[in-house]
Design a protein. Structure first.
Lengths: 1134, 215
C-alpha cells in the first residue's frame, strides 16, 4: 500500500533521491528500534530525566562518565590567540599545525590524542558526588559585579525580529559593496610572491612550487591565467537553467577582461611566477531563480580576495611549527606557508572571502587538522571575553538585552561563517560541538538542532540542473562546506567520501566560466533550492488539492464561524496557491455527512447527504473534488449559501470521525490538504470521545491527567493520511472541552497544524473573530509544499535520535511531511556516537523534497557548519540559551506525556541546575560565591522559570486542559522565534515612545522601546505597557496614566472611559497614535499568525492572564525569579 | 478504461505531462506500470515505430509518436485499440497546439503538468460509453488499426537485456571452448609423452637384455 509509495518515492533511478546506503548514514544504524512514531522513544541517555531533589540521582545529560578532574582546557590554545581588537583576519583554516586534533585521515598521531584518551573512560564514579561536593554558602554581597548593560555579542546580526529585512542576516548573501569589485592591494609585509599582484593574490595553489626541499604538492594543478573579470553588474539577472551547451568561453555575457579562463596551466617561469594562482573570478551576477513562484534573485557578491596571505617561503614556516606527522607532509605542509603568522599580515585588512574557500579547501582533507588551533584561538579571542564573562545572577538583575536576544555566532573561520546557514533557519543548541559524548555529558547541556526549513525567504537561489551533485555514499547534497581536492574531485563533508565532480558542474552559470566548480551557487550558498529531476518523483507531481471539512452542528452555527470562513475563502479564493489544476472540495457534517457535488455544468451546487456513518462511502466520487478554475462560480455560490443553509439546524451531534474517513477516501488518490473545522467534542460514530476533564480539579490536581490521547483512531487515520500524502489541519473553535489531546493526533502525525480559538463566538468575542479571520487569510494564502519528505543528515560520528514537531518518521531519519508550510518548526536531539577527534568542523544538512503548488518538484537544502571544540569553556561559550530553551520545551512536552507533568517540571529545573553546576565545577577556576553563570547562559534560568510558568507546564493555576495541550502543541511545532515569545513575553513601556533609536522601514518610523523585565515592579500606574506574548498582546493602561496618551492614542478622555473590550487602537491622526500603531503593527508583521490586542485596565477580566505572564514575580503557586535562583544555588552548592 | 496517460519527449525521455486515473482500486498496481511507462519512454528513439501497442499482462500500453513527442496511455486490454489511438491523436493535436515549440526547450520534468486538466477531460469523453458510441461512429475510418504493431512490453523493455544475455552466454561458450581446446591439447601431449616414454623403456630393456643376456 502506501509504504511502497513512499519507499519508491525516494527514487527508483540511479540517482536515488533519499535512499541512503545501508551502512553509510550513521543515523540509520544508531537509531533505536521501535522508533516508528517518532515522538516517544527515549534517547540512550535521557536529558529530561528527572532528578529527585531529595536523592540526587544521575544528572540530566549524564550517561555514566563522571567529570574528569584532570581535564585541562587546552592551554596551548592561548598561544594562538591573536591580540584582541584585531579583526578576525587570520586565516584559520591553515593557521596552525595539527596540534591537538589530528586530521581525519587514518594515520594516528598519538600526541594530540593523549588528553582525550584520559577524558574518555575513567572508572565510573558516582556522578552525583561531583556535583554536590562543593558546598558553598550563598553570600549575597560577595563579589560586587559591576552592572554591565549587556553589550552586544560579537558579530551582532540584525535584530532577529526583523522579518522584513532580508532575513538571512549573517549569511553574506547580499552585496558587499566596498570590497566586492576591487582587489585590495597586497598586504604590506607580504614576503614574497606578490610580484604579480594582479594575478597572484589569493594564491596558495602553487603548481609545483620550486621551493627547496618540498615534496610535490598541489593536488589541484589548475591555474587560470588572466585578470579577474570585472564584476558583473549585480542587477543583471541571468537565469541559469540549462545544461551548458558548449564548453567554450561564455557565449555572451559581460566581457571578461583578459584571456578567457582556460584549463591550461600557466607556464611557470621563474620564481615569481611559481606562485601564480587562479585569479578570483568575480561572481557577482544575479541569478534569477527560474521557478515561476519564487524567482528570488540571488545577489552574489563577495570576493574580498585581497585578504589572502601570500605563500611565504615554505621552509621558514615549516620551522615555525612542530613537525607534522609524515603522512601529512605531502599535502598539508606545503600549504601551510599561507598561514598568517606574520603580525603585519594580521594587521593588514584581510577579510576572507567565501570565494577563497574553495581554493583553501584542497587542504581540508588532511589540512583541516590545522584548523583547530586557530579555531580555538578564535574562540578564546573573540567569544570568551563576552560569552564567558562570569555573571552573578543573584547580583545582576537587569540582564535582558534592550531588544531581542540575538543568536550566538558559531566560532568559525570568517569565510565559513559567511556562507553558513542563517540561525533563523537552522540553529544548534551548542554552537560549538563537543568532541566527545563524555564531554557533552560533562557540560550537561542538551545537544540538538532547531529547524525552520520552509521559512519564507526573501531571497533564495534556485538551481535547475539535470544532475544534482550528491555524495555517492551518503547522498549528501553538495554544499559550501565540502572540500575540493582538485577540479575533478570533492570530499563529502559528512562522510568524507571522495566523489567525482560531474562534467556539467564544471561550468558556472553565475560567472559563465568553465572549470570553477567551487564557484557554483551550490557551493556558495548554505540555503539553496534545486529543481528536482524525474528521479525524484515516483508519480507526476500532484496538483494542489484543498478539502474543507466543516462542522455545521447547532453548536457550530451558534458560534457563527461559518460566515467568517466562507467570507475569508471567498475573498482569498484567487490567492489560494496553485495552478490551473488546483482542486477544491467541501464536506460538512453534523450527525450525518453532507457532500457537495460541484461538477461543471450544474446550475447550482448539489448537496448529497450520507446518513450511514458507520460504513461511509462517496456518493459521486468524481464530482466532489473539482477543478477550482473551472467550477469557480459553483464554489462561490456554495460559499455564499453555506452559512444560511444550516441556520435553523437543531442537530447537536458531531460525527467527526466518519467525516474524516470520508475525506480520506476523497483525497487518497491525489493527496492534498484537509482543513477540519470543529467546534465540539465528537460524540457520534467512530472516533467518538468523552469528556475527560474535571473542571474542579484544574488547579488542585496533583498531577495533570489526560495529556495523552484517549483513542488511537485519530492517530491511525493520520498515519493512513500520511501514507496518501494528506495533511490534516485542525481548527478548533470551542468554548468547551474538546479533547485536543486526542484530536490533535490527526494533525500531529500527518504534518498538519493545529489552531485553537478558545471561546470563539461571533458576538461575544470579537477579538477572537478577528484573529480567526486574519489567521485564516494567512493559512489560505501562505506557501504550501505537497508530498514532502525531509531528511536531516549530520557528519559521521553524530547521530540524531529524537525528532520533535508534526510529522511521521517514515524510516529512521526520513520525516514524512504530507504538507509542509512556512510556519512549521522542527527540532531534533543528537548524541555523539563516535569521538570527533579528527574533525574541526561538523556539518548538518536538512533536505526538504516537496512539490510546490505549481507542480514543481523542488529540493530545499540547508547546511549548517559548526566548529568542534574540546574544552568545556568553549562549549559553554557557544551555548545558545534560546535554542536550548526551545529544545528543552520539546523534551519536556514529551516527558509530560510519557511520564508526568511533575516529572517534566523537575527535569526542567534540573536542566538549569545541571548546566550551571557543571559550569561552576568544571569551568570556573576561581570559586566565587553567588550563582555564577557565563554571560551566554545568563537568561537560561529565567527561560526555564518561564517554561515552568508557561501554560503548558504550570501547576497550581487553573488551566484548561485543552489550552494546556494546545500550548504543548505550540511549543513543539512553532519555530523558535515564535515559541520564545510564548515562553518569555516581551514587555515594553509605550506611553513615552520616542523616535530615538527608531527603525526606519519603508518610510515608516518604528520606535524601539526597551524590553523590560517581566516584573510588577516595572509597572507603574502612571504609564501604559504593552506585553507581547506571541498570540496575544496586552496593552495595560495604568490608573494614573498620562492623559496625553489616553487622549492621543486611545482616544478617550480619561482612564475611566477606557472601554472594557477595546481590542483595536483607534486610528488617530496624532504623532503618538502613529508611533504606537507603527510599533504594534511592526510587532504583528513579524509573525505569521495574528496576535489579538487587548487593552486592559486594572479592573479588566483579562488582568489575571496579564499578571500570570509576569514571570519574575511570585505567584501563589510558583517561585519568583529570585527565589528560583536561590533554589538553584542551593541545589548547585549542595 | 484509461488508467495512465503520459507525454514525454522522445529525444531524452523527459516526461512532460501525465495524468493518472484517480480511483482507489486502480491505484494498487499503478506504481509498477508507471515505472514501466517511464522506462519505455527512455527506451524509445527516433527509430521506434510511430504507433505501437505493447501488451503488459491484462493491460495494454498504446503509444504514438508525433512531432518528437511520445503520447502513451495504459488501458485495459478490452479497451478498443481504435479508441485509444483516437484519444492519443486528440491529445497530440491539442498538446502541439498549446505547447508546440516550447516542449522541445523544456528542461524540468513535468513542465506541462497543467495539460493534465485537458487530458482528464478528454479521457472522460473517450471512456464514457455513451459518448464513445457517438465518437466511434465519427471515427470509423480513423485509422487502419490492424497495421499497428503489437509487441509485449516485457520484450521491449528486456530486448536489450535478452541480447546482452545471449552475448554473455556466447562469450561464456567461446571461453569454455577455448579452455576445452587447451585442455585437449594438453592431454594429447601428455599421452604422446607417455607413449614415447613407454617405447623408450621398452627399447632400453631390449638393449639391456641384448647386451647382457644375448652376448
Amino acid at each position: 500500500m502506501s509504504t511502497a509509495g513512499f519507499n519508491s518515492q525516494n527514487g527508483t533511478g540511479p540517482g536515488q533521491a533519499y535512499s541512503n546506503g545501508p551502512s553509510q548514514n550513521p543515523v540509520a544504524i544508531q537509531q533505536l528500534p521501535g522508533v516508528s512514531y517518532g515522538m516517544t522513544h527515549q534517547p540512550p541517555y535521557n536529558p529530561m530525566q528527572a532528578k529527585a531533589p531529595v536523592a540526587p540521582g544521575p544528572g540530566l545529560y549524564h550517561s555514566g562518565y563522571p567529570p574528569v578532574s584532570s581535564y585541562q582546557p587546552g592551554p596551548q590554545l592561548a598561544s594562538y590567540s591573536t591580540p584582541p581588537g584585531q579583526p578576525l583576519l587570520t586565516r584559520p583554516q591553515i593557521a596552525g599545525p595539527p596540534l591537538h586534533t589530528p586530521p581525519q585521515s587514518a594515520s594516528p598521531s598519538p600526541g594530540p590524542r593523549m588528553p582525550l584518551a584520559q577524558a574518555t573512560p575513567p572508572p565510573p564514579a558516582v556522578s552525583s558526588s561531583s556535583y554536590y561536593s562543593n558546598l558553598q554558602q550563598p553570600q549575597p554581597n560577595a563579589q560586587p559585579w559591576q552592572y554591565n548593560p549587556v553589550p552586544a555579542p560579537m558579530g551582532t546580526p540584525p535584530p532577529p525580529n526583523s522579518m522584513s529585512s532580508p532575513p538571512r542576516g549573517p549569511v553574506a548573501n547580499h552585496l558587499n559593496p566596498p570590497s566586492s569589485s576591487t582587489a585590495p592591494p597586497p598586504p604590506p609585509s607580504s614576503s614574497t610572491a606578490y610580484s604579480l599582484p594582479q594575478q597572484a593574490y589569493g594564491s596558495h595553489s602553487v603548481t609545483q612550487p620550486p621551493g627547496p626541499g618540498i615534496p610535490p604538492t598541489s593536488l589541484h594543478g589548475y591555474n587560470q591565467p588572466g585578470v579577474a573579470p570585472p564584476p558583473m553588474n549585480p542587477a543583471v539577472s541571468l537565469s541559469y537553467s540549462m545544461v551548458r551547451p558548449t564548453y567554450g568561453p561564455p557565449p555572451t555575457g559581460p566581457p571578461l577582461s583578459g584571456p578567457p579562463p582556460t584549463m591550461k596551466p600557466t607556464p611557470a617561469t621563474g620564481p615569481p611566477l611559481a606562485n601564480v594562482i587562479p585569479p578570483p573570478l568575480k561572481a557577482d551576477g544575479t541569478i534569477a531563480g527560474n521557478g515561476p513562484q519564487s524567482s528570488n534573485s540571488y545577489n552574489h557578491v563577495d570576493n574580498k580576495m585581497g585578504g589572502l596571505p601570500p605563500p611565504g617561503p615554505p621552509g621558514r614556516h615549516l620551522s615555525h611549527y612542530p613537525s607534522l606527522p609524515p603522512g601529512y607532509q605531502n599535502t598539508a605542509a606545503p600549504h601551510k606557508p599561507t598561514a598568517p603568522v606574520h603580525p603585519a599580515m594580521q594587521a593588514a585588512p584581510q577579510p576572507y572571502s567565501q570565494a577563497n574557500q574553495p581554493y583553501q579547501q584542497p587542504h581540508s582533507g588532511p589540512g583541516q587538522a590545522q584548523l583547530s588551533p586557530s579555531l580555538a584561538a578564535l574562540s578564546l579571542q573573540s567569544s570568551s571575553p563576552e560569552a564567558l564573562r562570569v555573571v552573578n545572577l543573584l547580583q545582576d538583575r537587569n540582564l535582558l538585552p534592550p531588544t531581542s536576544v540575538p543568536a550566538p555566532t558559531p566560532c568559525l573561520p570568517h569565510d565559513l561563517q559567511k556562507v553558513n546557514c542563517s540561525p533563523e533557519v537552522f540553529r544548534c543548541t551548542l554552537t560549538s560541538i563537543p568532541q566527545t559524548q563524555s564531554l557533552l555529558n560533562k557540560a550537561k547541556m542538551p545537544l540538538g538542532l532547531l529547524l525552520h526549513p520552509f521559512k519564507d525567504l526573501s531571497q533564495l537561489p534556485v538551481v535547475t540542473s539535470s544532475t544534482i551533485v550528491r555524495c555517492r555514499s551518503c547522498r549528501t547534497y553538495i554544499n559550501p562546506f565540502v572540500s575540493f581536492l582538485d577540479q575533478r574531485k570533492w570530499t563529502c563533508n559528512l562522510c568524507y567520501r571522495v566523489n567525482d565532480v560531474p562534467e556539467e558542474f564544471m561550468y558556472n552559470p553565475v560567472s559563465r566560466s568553465y572549470g570553477e566548480p567551487h564557484k557554483r551557487p551550490e557551493v556558495q550558498n548554505a540555503t539553496i533550492e534545486f529543481i528536482a529531476s524525474s528521479e525524484y518523483m515516483l508519480r507526476p507531481p500532484q496538483p494542489a488539492v484543498y478539502l474543507f471539512i466543516l462542522d455545521v452542528s447547532h453548536n457550530a452555527v451558534e458560534t457563527g464561524y461559518l460566515n467568517v470562513f466562507c467570507q475569508s475563502l471567498l475573498d482569498n479564493i484567487n490567492a489560494l496557491p496553485g495552478d490551473s489544476r488546483t482542486k477544491i472540495g467541501f464536506i460538512t457534517f453534523d450527525s450525518t455527512i453532507h457532500f457537495y457535488n460541484l461538477q461543471e455544468g450544474l446550475s447550482q451546487p448539489q448537496m448529497l447527504i450520507v446518513s450511514d456513518i458507520e460504513d461511509i462511502f462517496l456518493p459521486t466520487p468524481d464530482s466532489l473534488l473539482v477543478n477550482l478554475n473551472e467550477c469557480k462560480e459553483l464554489v462561490q455560490d456554495l460559499l455564499k449559501s453555506l452559512p444560511t443553509l444550516f441556520e435553523k439546524t437543531m442537530e447537536t451531534q458531531s460525527a467527526l470521525g466518519s467525516a474524516l474517513q470520508a475525506a480520506f477516501k476523497l483525497l487518497s488518490p491525489t493527496g492534498g490538504r484537509m482543513s477540519v473545522f470543529q467546534t465540539q467534542l465528537p460524540n457520534l460514530g467512530v472516533g467518538a470521545l468523552q469528556s475527560r476533564e474535571d473542571p474542579n480539579q484544574r488547579a488542585s490536581a496533583k498531577d495533570i491527567q489526560h495529556l495523552s490521547p484517549a483513542t488511537d483512531f485519530y492517530k491511525k487515520l493520520a498515519l493512513d493520511c500520511s501514507g496518501q500524502h494528506i495533511a490534516v489541519d485542525l481548527f478548533l473553535l470551542s468554548s468547551r472541552y474538546c479533547d485536543l489531546a486526542s484530536l490533535g493526533c490527526i494533525s500531529r502525525y500527518s504534518a498538519g497544524s493545529v489552531h485553537y480559538y478558545p471561546s470563539y463566538h461571533q458576538q461575544h468575542n470579537p477579538a477572537q473573530v478577528e484573529r480567526f479571520q486574519k489567521d485564516l487569510k494567512r493559512y489560505l494564502t501562505r506557501k504550501i509544499g505537497f508530498e514532502a519528505v525531509m531528511r536531516i543528515r549530520c557528519t559521521k560520528g553524530l547521530s540524531i535520535h529524537t525528532f520533535h514537531g508534526n510529522f511521521f518518521v517514515r524510516s529512521t531519519d526520513l520525516l514524512s511531511l504530507p504538507n509542509v508550510n512556512p510556519d512549521a518548526g522542527f527540532a531534533v536531539q543528537m548524541s555523539i556516537e563516535e569521538n570527533l577527534n579528527d574533525m574541526q568542523v561538523v556539518s548538518f544538512q536538512a533536505a526538504l523534497l516537496y512539490t510546490s503548488s505549481k507542480g514543481e518538484r523542488r529540493i530545499r537544502v540547508h547546511t549548517l557548519c559548526l566548529p568542534v571544540v574540546n574544552s568545556l569553556s568553549d562549549i559553554f561559550a557557544g551555548a545558545d540559551m534560546q535554542a536550548m530553551t526551545g529544545l528543552l520545551a520539546c523534551m519536556a512536552v514529551d516527558r509530560s506525556v510519557s511520564a508526568s507533568l511533575s516529572d517534566a517540571r523537575d527535569a526542567l529545573t534540573n536542566a538549569a541546575i545541571d548546566s550551571l553546576s557543571s559550569y561552576r565545577h568544571s569551568v570556573l577556576t576561581i570559586q566565587q560565591p553567588g550563582l555564577l553563570s557565563p554571560a551566554c547562559l545568563r537568561l537560561f534560568p529565567l527561560y526555564v522559570l518561564a517554561l515552568l510558568k508557561q501554560k503548558a507546564f504550570r501547576t497550581g493555576t487553573s488551566t484548561r486542559l485543552d489550552e494546556r495541550v494546545f500550548a504543548m502543541c505550540q511549543l513543539k511545532y512553532q519555530p523558535l522565534a515564535y515559541a520564545m515569545l510564548m515562553i518569555h513575553p516581551a514587555l515594553y513601556r509605550i506611553d513615552d515612545l520616542t523616535d530615538e533609536g527608531a527603525l526606519n522601514i519603508n518610510d515608516r518610523t518604528i520606535p524601539q522601546p526597551r524590553v523590560l523585565q517581566l516584573s510588577a515592579e516595572n509597572l507603574s500606574t502612571e504609564a501604559a505597557f504593552l506585553m507581547d506574548a506571541g498570540t496575544v498582546m496586552y496593552l495595560r493602561v495604568g490608573k494614573n496614566c498620562n492623559p496625553i496618551f489616553l487622549n492621543q492614542v486611545l482616544g478617550v478622555p480619561s482612564y475611566a472611559a477606557v472601554p472594557d473590550n477595546l481590542y483595536l487602537l483607534p486610528e488617530l491622526d496624532t504623532a503618538e497614535s502613529q508611533r504606537t500603531r507603527a510599533f504594534i503593527g511592526w510587532l504583528k508583521d513579524q509573525r505569521p499568525f495574528f496576535p489579538t490586542l487587548h487593552v486592559i485596565r486594572d479592573e479588566s477580566q483579562l488582568k489575571p492572564s496579564f499578571m500570570q505572564n509576569l514571570i519574575e514575580d511570585r505567584t501563589e503557586s510558583a517561585l519568583s525569579y529570585y527565589e528560583f535562583l536561590l533554589h538553584l544555588q542551593q541545589q548547585i552548592s549542595k | 478504461m484509461i488508467y495512465l496517460t503520459m507525454i514525454a519527449r522522445v529525444v531524452d525521455g523527459l516526461p512532460l505531462a501525465a495524468s493518472i486515473q484517480e480511483d482507489e482500486q486502480s491505484l494498487r498496481d499503478l506504481q509498477q506500470y508507471q515505472s514501466q511507462a517511464k522506462q519505455l519512454c527512455r527506451k524509445l528513439n527516433a527509430h521506434s515505430p510511430d504507433r505501437c501497442t505493447l501488451e503488459a499482462g491484462d493491460m495494454n500500453f498504446h503509444y504514438l509518436i508525433a512531432q518528437g513527442m511520445c503520447y502513451l496511455c495504459l488501458c485495459e486490454d478490452s479497451f478498443p485499440k481504435k479508441m485509444a489511438f483516437a484519444y492519443l491523436e486528440d491529445l497530440s493535436n491539442e498538446f502541439y497546439d498549446q505547447y508546440g515549440r516550447k516542449a522541445h526547450a523544456a528542461t524540468r520534468p513535468y513542465s506541462f503538468i497543467e495539460f493534465d486538466t485537458y487530458i482528464q477531460k478528454t479521457k472522460k469523453t473517450y471512456v464514457d460509453s455513451r459518448a464513445r458510441r457517438a465518437l466511434g461512429s465519427i471515427n470509423t475510418e480513423l485509422q487502419d488499426v490492424q497495421r499497428i504493431m503489437v509487441a509485449n512490453i516485457e520484450e521491449v523493455l528486456q530486448r536489450g537485456e535478452a541480447l546482452s544475455a545471449i552475448d554473455t552466454r556466447a562469450s561464456n561458450l567461446s571461453t569454455l571452448s577455448k579452455k576445452y581446446r587447451s585442455n585437449a591439447s594438453y592431454l594429447n601431449t601428455r599421452s604422446t609423452y607417455a607413449k614415447v616414454a613407454a617405447l623408450a623403456v621398452f627399447f632400453i630393456t631390449l638393449i639391456v637384455y641384448l647386451r647382457f643376456w644375448w652376448l
